[in-house]
Design a binder for this molecule. Structure first.
Ligand code: HAM
Length: 428
């Protein structure tokens, strides 16, 4: 029988790669913590109608990409394709608004979309996201964008462009939709097939078309910014002013509408020139109508999500990350020695050291080779003689210096040992 492989569109994140993930998570956790965001974890699957109502039935995500199935109790269940709908459901269900003020939440986890897999696009992928619920202020929009930019900067990423647009409130959008349909209808037969289909279902998404002919037609299309009412326009100007105050460069992109239906006013995406076809590192925007749409009290909100796979690709291009440091590689041979090694390893770990215990029982020569490859600062050697008199050989791998030391003494002098390990690393 052949071996079983990971399902198409999913992949394993092996230890060599996980370091990048941990780096991203650590940077995000720290930056979000400093801005008083709290972590939330919601279920990976939800009732299907949450996404149908939240994201919109005319969107690609709901129409074509959801992992939906009947469970054994005949309920329609969907693996979450994104995080916002679940967070909003939780916000309503637990009356988080009753705590007053603004809820600043963040999350990190797997999302699922049945898309055609390619570099930076998978069926199971991961997002870090934030949702700020309860503030209508443009300052909230700018705060979340600034945090997004901070995370990317902390990771050392460059060549990124912030695309910014406003799609106004629901009535601005309706007016714009009419103007766009009126402009495009005479060209209907020249549009690509997807766009023809969208002309009635979801015309704003035509602005996203990658088709050259459609793009040429769009050159003279009306701009959404000309259809904002004065309040919406003023709001968008405030966002831009604050971004400028923060020295966050941005590009106004009037074609940016995003793929989910819940957005209002500010929408944005951060793109990288180093990612190929899947250039969007992350995106988000304001969604003032979603909480009421899902049955909650009127609550303005804004947020974003970063695609972690895409960040990992960018980080891998940027630098390599070394494996975590091992302090001691412990080799042992002989019944008594192997038993003592287990105890010694435990005591050193309790003292705060990283200890890799060789469990092979193979000849010393083979164990030494592995010690050399481990990247450890020092090798500890326990054979029959050492076991008989409760000592251990301590060999510094950078210099080859070696001396016997009583096991009790080794465990007792943690501070001195720590300094020696530090010095050995500098030598390495
Ligand atoms: P989204 O634009 O659908 O927004 O996804 C955000 C990011 O997730 C994308 O920019 C991309 O980096 C990543 N992503 C999406 N699909 C895939 C995939 N198939 N494979 C790999 N990465 C992918 C949202 O999901 C909104 N919930 C963001 C948001 C939060 N808006 C307001 N609050």
């Amino acid at each position: 029988m052949g071996s079983i492989q990971a399902t198409r569109g999913t992949r394993d994140i092996l230890p060599e790669e996980i370091r990048y993930w941990q780096q991203i998570e650590a940077a995000a956790r720290e930056i979000l913590g400093r801005a008083a965001y709290q972590e939330i974890r919601t279920p990976i699957f939800e009732q299907t109608n949450l996404f149908e109502r939240g994201i919109g039935e005319a969107t690609d995500v709901v129409g074509k990409e959801m992992y939906t199935f009947q469970d054994r109790g005949d309920r329609s269940i969907t693996l979450r394709p994104e995080g916002t709908a679940g967070v909003v459901r939780s916000f309503i269900e637990h009356s988080l608004n009753a705590q007053g003020g603004v809820q600043r939440l963040w999350y990190c986890g797997s999302m699922f979309r049945y898309e055609r897999p390619q570099a930076g696009r998978q069926r199971q992928f991961h997002q870090i996201g934030v949702e700020v619920l309860g503030s209508p202020s443009p300052r909230a929009d700018v705060e979340v964008i600034a945090i997004f930019a901070d995370i990317l900067q902390a990771l050392g990423l460059k060549n990124l462009v912030l695309n910014l647009n406003s799609i106004g409130n629901a009535s601005d959008r309706l007016q714009y939709r009419e103007a766009l349909v009126a402009y495009l209808t005479p060209y209907k037969s020249d549009l690509d097939a997807d766009s023809q289909d969208r002309l009635t279902r979801n015309p704003l998404r035509i602005l996203d078309s990658k088709d050259e002919r459609t793009q040429a037609i769009l050159l003279k299309a009306p701009s959404v910014l000309d259809h904002l009412n004065p309040d919406s326009s003023h709001r968008f100007e405030q966002v831009q002013t604050l971004l400028t105050d923060l020295e966050i460069p941005f590009l106004i992109n009037t074609r940016l509408v995003r793929g989910l239906d819940y957005y209002t006013h500010t929408v944005f995406e951060i793109q990288s020139a180093d990612l190929g076809a899947q250039a969007t590192v992350g995106g988000g925007g304001r969604y003032d109508g979603l909480v009421t749409e899902l049955g909650g009290a009127d609550t303005p909100a804004v947020g974003w999500a970063i695609g972690m796979e895409r960040l990992v690709i960018l980080l891998q291009q940027l630098h390599s990350l070394p494996a975590a440091n091992v302090d001691f590689y412990l080799v042992s041979k002989g019944t008594q020695a192997e038993g003592q090694a287990v105890v010694l390893a435990q005591k050193l770990r309790h003292g705060g050291f990283t200890v890799e215990l060789d469990l092979s029982g193979s000849a010393f020569g083979k164990q030494f080779k592995r010690a050399d490859r481990s990247g450890a600062a020092a090798c500890l050697i326990l054979g029959d003689d050492e076991a008989a008199n409760q000592t251990v050989q301590l060999k510094w791998l950078a210099t080859g210096n070696q001396a016997a030391i009583a096991q009790t003494q080794l465990v007792a002098q943690t501070e001195e040992l720590r300094q020696q390990i530090h010095a050995a690393r500098i030598l390495h």
